[in-house]
Design a protein around this ligand. Sequence first.
Ligand code: NAI
Length: 462
Amino acid sequence: MASFDVIILGAGPGGYVCAIRCAQLGLKTAVVEGRETLGGTCLNVGCIPSKALLNATHHLHEVHENFEKMGLMGGAPTVDWAKMQDYKQDVVNGNTKGIEFLFKKNKITWLKGYGSIPAAGQVRVGDELHEAKSIVIATGSEPASLPGVTVDEKTVVTSTGALTLGSIPKSVVVIGAGVIGLEMGSVYKRLGAEVTVVEFLDAITPGMDGEVAKSFQKILTKQGFKFILGAAVQGTELTKTGARVTYKLRKDDSEASLEADVVLVATGRKPYTAGLGLEALGVEMLPRGQVKTDSHFATSVPGVYAIGDAIVGPMLAHKAEDEGMALAEILAGKAGHVNYDVIPGVVYTTPEVASVGKTEEQLKEAGRAYKVGKFPFMGNARAKAVFQAEGFVKLLADKETDRILGCHIIGPGAGDLIHEVCVAMEFGASAQDLALTCHAHPTYSEAVREAALACGDGAIHV
Ligand code: NAI
């Protein structure tokens, strides 16, 4: 039996970041992980491999759409799917090995296997029992299932299977117009597949600022996406060539179906806590399957903590990382804190979509007096040069105090641009603070400044 200050269950972004910070703060730390490689869903079968495929297919899209316009002649390259898969795997391997290196560097013990918590202060991994003053549940999430839909990860796939299809499909039906559906849908659209998205609600990307979501849908439609909104999927069945998806239109209850080579089920994820022994341990759970925690990530059982997708909040790697760092600091006797008002969200399509803080709908609902500063990328020289001038930056600020309340960007580099607004919000900045900050020309980030100017006396380039 080995003894540790902290044992963390799960080596995803929440768990491994928590472990590194614990070790840096002088705590004897171990991580239990049963996967062959570290990094969890995000590095192995989520954020990272999908970004590799998005990158490769973005370039293909550029060749098809824009190369000739720039005088780059010679036609489109052929796609070697196996090689693209190798590239994706190399990117994953580089990152997972990187975490292994960081574990060694920080003297973190990797307990290989799947763990359970037989009692507070104890973690079992296989036949071995280990002791720890603190135990952290960082076991993440898994795809939620949908009634009537049987996933085989070949024809009817979740995001995991969608990353490793045997060949490029000619047609894909995506169930759910959320982040996974639109990112992976983009990959296959750019590879030439016909992509139809069936969504339960009347708009895509629930929770996104309504104006941005509308513009996003328009741009994706122009790219060739087909959307069937207000449609509740009833089930799938395998056919000779693929699968059939049956759905019911909510407006009139009429039923229809669609056939495709591949069906991607992307209707959300649920916390993954199976096999941990939480029920026997008496850990209180929430109705939707999350572990209940207080503001210090403590569960109802003393000495047992939880972070990331396993608890409430957006299921985002960076939210889990921040919670991991904050908890490590709390366990080391410091004051760890996560500012949930400033957690950015990014969709890595082309164009990217990014947001932080409140949406206009949320401000309206809260009855808050606000002002909107908007700037279209059409007025941004750099965006025009890369044929991505369709989107805009929308900054929301308090009507009285000018304090920034939210920002929503659809356009080139949105996922990076959003962070200047995050920093501004952390510092409690006003729109004027952003507007008075010199931004280099020509950059995409000038559009953020222009949106801030639009909150005051007006933008310059519109
Ligand atoms: P999601 O929650 O973003 O979207 C699921 C969509 O499916 C919703 O629009 C919902 O209305 C729809 N839906 C549910 N049941 C349906 C039915 N029967 N018929 C038709 N539509 C139905 O979930 P998604 O895309 O699966 O992502 C899961 C999690 O992973 C999310 O929390 C997301 O934030 C996270 N994620 C984040 C990424 C990023 O930050 N770039 C990338 C990938 C995932």
